[in-house]
Ligand binder design. Structure first.
Ligand SMILES: O=C(O)CC[C@@H](O)C(=O)O
Ligand SMILES: [Zn+2]
Length: 585
């Protein structure tokens, strides 16, 4: 029964449905004998290292997004000049924190070229292109406060930016907005190894935080493909979900404290349940008034610039198992999920899925061999990845073994592979985690990130394929493939539509159809990637007019001049903000 798939090395354990009831499935030694954190280092850097070079080649200095109609630049925003640069240089502690293409009248700073700013002006998918002449990288909250106060007074539009790994155009300028990048805010402020509460600057890279916590026996409660580049402040500002949400919940639950700089005259620093201010640490419980920090989780930099975060971190598991199973249809994916929850209970830490197109894309991209013993019946199958994390390996092995045995005996799964060591854990995870990168290698990727009730989830992918075929977009090569994958445990589907190029014809075949299809099935048009520029005018598919209005009022309250991330996140308001301001976008 056991086979050694080439992709996984010598000892991966394959199991397959046989005519006879399957023998008990023994779960192999998946816990590492070393003390290294399991499963924390499995992904390659993301975006891929080649991204900057690719972007540099395609960068255009035109002030427009790659596609579709862009809202106009607000005429009241100040056009940055040398005086502004001189001010920023006077308040930032390091000259290297100010990078600008604006020439210095007296030679006191070196002028950067457009290429120096390109990887900050363009998103990693090469979909959204801005043309900012200035990038600031403050190192302290006080520096952020001085920048924001100045921008408020001068009406300078600002784009807060973390690792620039976003997928909806929220973190790059649309025109000439000032880019306020958090990479200089990279200090770990404190860690309490009794409560597990970690307090950090917003620009800390997620993977660095995981590496800091691992020797202490803790881990970050979230894990994303972009972990090697994304900043925790960006994660919080986009309410990033990722691969561990099923087990540890969303950032609305794990973030305990937020420090943010508000777009007002003083650049007020709002510190909510953060250590300091006479307090020893963030509190787990705090019921005094509105829970203001929640407003910043997922606000995409529209209410303030997040500069610090306190977050609850779980214990690092000592035993991890990963299995990838093949099932004949999407209904079986749901059956396996139900069975998995019933058998595994509290040790289930991830339940992901991808379709046949997804597997083929990854195998083609990585050159790996399929981990499965046989071709699926009819050439198509669905694949689920199950991860367990616990503190007692024997206990977890027994539970997972019981699950696999039951799935095989009942004919629910056709084929599967179980990791036998940490390398194999990583190889199996790579089948799922490499998907976005593999799609990006194939062409330009239209990405949709939707929440849907499970029973109708995959029908959107099928309908998309039919729709594109009817329109001739598959036959003429405009669309190369349509892939469905995602976080089944969270009801979150990712549809990646790989096109030959960014193409108005393709985009208009997808939008607004995909949003209508989602709304029709009572889904949400953004599960975890946010709204950004891409969905600012599509929120109504998931939120009522009343809800949108309250959000617009909140935004105006925090940002009366509308300088933070203009044109993103929400549709522009019709009503003028107070003080005779221009309309907020
Ligand atoms: O690129 C995508 O569409 C999804 C990215 C990410 O959310 C994932 O789950 O891999
Ligand atoms: Zn995802």
């Amino acid at each position: 029964m056991a086979r050694c798939p080439a992709a996984l090395g010598a000892s991966a354990r394959a199991f397959k449905r046989t005519a006879q009831p399957a023998a008990r499935v023994a779960v192999g030694a998946t816990a590492s004998s070393s003390s290294a954190p399991l499963g924390l280092a499995r992904a390659s850097r993301f975006p891929p290292a080649s991204t900057s070079a690719a972007v540099a080649r395609t960068f255009s200095t035109s002030a427009a997004r790659a596609l579709g109609p862009a809202p106009p630049r607000r005429p009241d925003f100040k056009k940055l000049d040398a005086e502004d640069v001189a001010f920023f240089r006077s308040v930032l502690s390091s000259d290297s924190s100010v990078i600008t293409t604006i020439p210095s009248p007296d030679g006191s700073w070196a002028t950067a070229s457009a290429d120096d700013l390109v990887s900050y002006n363009v998103d990693w998918m090469d979909k959204y292109h801005g043309n900012s002449p200035i990038l600031l990288k403050p190192k302290t909250t006080d520096e952020v406060s001085k920048i924001i106060a100045y921008c408020y007074k001068q009406r300078i539009a600002v784009v807060p930016q973390g690792g620039n790994t976003g997928l909806v155009g929220g973190g790059v300028p649309l025109y000439d907005e000032l880019i306020l990048n958090t990479e200089g805010l990279n200090q770990i402020r404190e860690f309490d190894d009794v409560s597990g509460i970690l307090t950090v600057d917003a620009g800390c890279i997620l993977e660095n935080l995981s590496n800091y916590l691992a020797p202490k026996g803790y881990m970050m409660p979230l894990d994303l493909g972009a972990k090697g580049s994304c900043h925790i402040g960006g994660n919080v500002s986009t309410n990033a979900g990722g691969l561990r949400l099923l087990r540890y919940g969303s950032l609305h639950g794990t973030v305990l404290g937020i420090e943010a700089v508000l777009p007002d005259e003083k650049g007020t620093v709002l510190s909510i349940n953060m250590p300091g201010d006479g307090k020893a640490g963030a509190l787990r419980k705090d019921n005094t008034g509105y829970d203001l920090k929640q407003l910043f989780v997922g606000a995409e930099g529209t209410l303030g610039v997040v500069t610090g975060v306190s977050i609850m971190t779980p214990r690092l598991p000592s035993a991890i198992n990963v299995a990838v199973l093949s099932v004949p249809d999407f209904e079986s994916v749901q059956t396996v999920f139900k069975e998995t929850r019933a058998h595994l209970g509290e040790i289930l830490s991830a339940f992901e899925f991808f379709d046949q197109e997804g597997l083929e894309l990854v195998l083609h991209h990585t050159g790996a061999k399929s981990p499965f013993e046989s071709e699926p019946e009819g050439g198509r199958a669905f694949y689920v990845l199950i991860e367990t994390s616990g503190s007692n390996k024997d206990h977890d092995d027994e539970k997972l073994g019981g699950l696999l045995e039951s799935l095989l005996e009942n004919g629910i799964i056709a084929d599967g592979t179980l990791a036998q060591d940490e390398t194999q854990v990583q190889s199996l995870w790579a089948l799922r985690e490499s998907l976005p990168e593999a799609a990006g290698k194939m062409g330009k990727v239209y990405k949709y990130d939707i929440s849907l009730p499970l029973p109708t989830m995959y029908s959107v992918v099928e309908e998309a394929r039919e729709r594109f075929a009817t329109k001739g977009l598959i036959e003429d090569g405009s669309i190369k493939t349509v892939v469905g994958y995602g976080h089944i445990g969270d009801g979150n589907l990712h549809i990646n539509i790989v096109a030959k190029q960014w193409d108005e014809k393709v985009e208009s075949a997808i939008e607004p159809w995909v949003y209508e299809a989602t709304a029709k099935r009572n889904g949400s048009i953004s599960a975890e990637h946010g709204l950004g520029l891409m969905k600012a005018n599509s929120v109504h598919y998931s939120k009522s007019d009343a809800a949108i209005q309250v959000m617009q009022q909140l935004r105006r309250l925090f940002d009366p001049r509308g300088i933070l991330n203009p044109a993103k996140y929400l549709p522009p308001t019709e009503q003028l903000p107070g003080e005779g301001e221009q309309k907020v976008q």
